[in-house]
Design a protein around this ligand. Sequence first.
Ligand SMILES: [Zn+2]
Ligand SMILES: [Zn+2]
Length: 260
Amino acid sequence: MFLFSDYHTHPQAHRLQPYSAELLQPWVDSARVKGLRDIAFTDHDRYHAGVDFDAITRLREANPDVQIRAGIELDNDPETGAAGRAWVEKYWDRLDFVLGSVHYLDRPEQMFDSVPAGAAQFEGKLIDAIYADYFRRVREVAASGLVDCLSHLDLVKIHGHRPDASIAILVGETLDLIQARGLAIELSTAGWRKPVNEQYPAVEIVRLAQARGIPFTVASDAHSHAQLGENYPKLTAVLASLGITEVATYSRHARQLHSL
Ligand SMILES: [Zn+2]
Ligand SMILES: [Zn+2]
């Protein structure tokens, strides 16, 4: 089994860097070295001004051996979210793939997944209540009609907080909605470089998604081209142990399933 795609990458990382050959070509070079033949650029929607579809077109022409998808990671940032949603609506037909994410809980000025500062948002709180609130926000993103796939579905565990309630009860309604809307879920290696030290989502959630027939993408959430496909051997082992034999790719929001 070989994972040939990476559907969560951030060429701009955490600042506005307009798309150009200089910025993007190293990502394609890195993909090629790692045997990845299908990658999606999914910068944070707050940096949508840096996304240049014509630069992506030129990159495709220069690299016909690698599928390069135009994407975005749309999140629930209370400050930039509305502009991000408007941008996704405007460019929907030029985008191949949109990730939906929840990075914000009650504090509008701080992502809860910033490490380590975001852990303070969990102090003195009931973890079950935070999980319930987090998944309610995921459902809002899933129901927006503007996403193809949910990223890091159980990101709320990032600092290592675990609920008392069963995860099946906490996540069930969210998975039902994802299934009903025909969306995919990302299997991400990013959790292995965070305090929780576990892939997203947890095995139990993946099993519940499998039971509902929800398809999966695979991803690293790379913020540097060196991180593309990071920890894929570990992720391959997880997929194999769960009997997952297909991954999804997207072209203009149309999903294709590939046997591994
Ligand atoms: Zn994210
Ligand atoms: Zn991301």
